[in-house]
Design a protein around this ligand. Sequence first.
Ligand SMILES: Cc1cc2nc3c(=O)[nH]c(=O)nc-3n(C[C@H](O)[C@H](O)[C@H](O)COP(=O)(O)OP(=O)(O)OC[C@H]3O[C@@H](n4cnc5c(N)ncnc54)[C@H](O)[C@@H]3O)c2cc1C
Length: 423
Amino acid sequence: MSKDVEFDVCSLDKLKLPKNPKILIIGGGYAGLMTALKLQSSLDFTQENKPQVTLINKHDYHYQTTLLHKVAVGTLSVRKARIYYRKILKANKVKFVKDKIKSLDPENHCVYGNGGRYDYDILVIALGFRADDFNIPGVAQHAFKLSTLNRAVKLSEHIENKFKDFIHTQNPLDLSFIVCGTGFTSIEFAAELGSQLDEFCEICGIDRSIPKITCIGRSNQILPVFSEKLSSKAVEKLKKMSVELITNGTVKEIKEDGVIVEKDSKLIEIKGNTVLWGAGVKGSDVIEKSSIPNKKGKIQVDFQLRALNYNNIFVVGDSAQPTTKDAIHAPTAQLSSQMGEFVGTMISELVKGHEFNKPFVFKHRGTVCSIGHTDGVGIVYGKELWGEIAAFMKNTIENRWLFSIGGLSMVFKKGQFRYRTSN
Ligand SMILES: Cc1cc2nc3c(=O)[nH]c(=O)nc-3n(C[C@H](O)[C@H](O)[C@H](O)COP(=O)(O)OP(=O)(O)OC[C@H]3O[C@@H](n4cnc5c(N)ncnc54)[C@H](O)[C@@H]3O)c2cc1C
């Protein structure tokens, strides 16, 4: 887990850049924003042949996707979650444009958004992920997804309304929450909700034994990226929050008021008026319908994160399908930001006319899954952690990202601390 990983080496053409090269980054998540910040800090914008760097994103703010479960439960306010691009990008170096990209035209070196055509000499694709429903009936219509800040806010309003509704309806289905998936997104959400139930029940005057959270996963252990020991620690903690876990269960259908699951060759129905789908992600639809070869919106890249066969297109974050000889890498914020930093450094060297032959090497620093605000399980630099120390490391990882994009003042303004949530 802590070993550094090098990517496969492919052939590479030399890239020739014109005067005042146009560098276009589409998507301002961990990967795209890090690329933009690296270019902002390393390029010379005072010379005559200065590059024109543009970042396009569909919202004018960045947010930490890894904290969306908190927004969805209401423990992180939307105001605190938003980080406006124009506050961290210097307009004379990186121009920010709020627009939604609709299509890519690699043959003519341009992309199209609602606002028109954007030309480039170098394109960095960083459009991130979206939920994958694997064509399971009802997922698209009836399940919430934690894929954007707006969707997380919608879920938080829905949960609040269900508690309010219950006071009048006394319908237990209003307080039955079903989470499909037992990976990071699902477990972090279930635990965050579980840790707030005492408070919600107290505020609304509801018996604490009424709300139920059920988590359904296909594998036989939750958080399969971790060892059995860490997974059992997480199970113990979730059980204390009365989260019911169904392992080895396959979701067959999501209905308005429940989920049909196949377990031990039998179909069972779990009833509930709130369903979260956290069981899979895929790449952007803009990539999927483009002429660039891709698999479910993800583009295979070479050892320097270039799209195969396009020497002026780099792909970073969840849009990229990086592979080594023996592994496909799980899409994470950590991998995305390292890719962004690498591509930013490389483009800056190319613009300066320097050779850049280094391969991208991913450094696994660790992964932590939060279980509520003050608990968690994870691995950091190869060492397994759980409890408060894991929660502390999770906050440190989140704050490290804030530091890298906006220094200490950003950490103090937007950071996660032991006793400081926004509720
Ligand atoms: C709830 C949750 C918890 C997670 N927890 C962890 C964790 O603990 N650790 C970890 O390492 N990873 C975690 N992940 C995974 C991690 O968040 C992703 O791997 C990471 O966000 C990918 O970064 P990215 O820059 O590729 O894409 P994103 O962060 O998805 O950013 C993509 C950007 O592109 C923009 N965009 C998309 N389409 C368009 C368009 N058409 N036009 C313009 N702009 C567009 C979006 O607005 C967004 O700003 C979690 C994910 C979720 C959902």
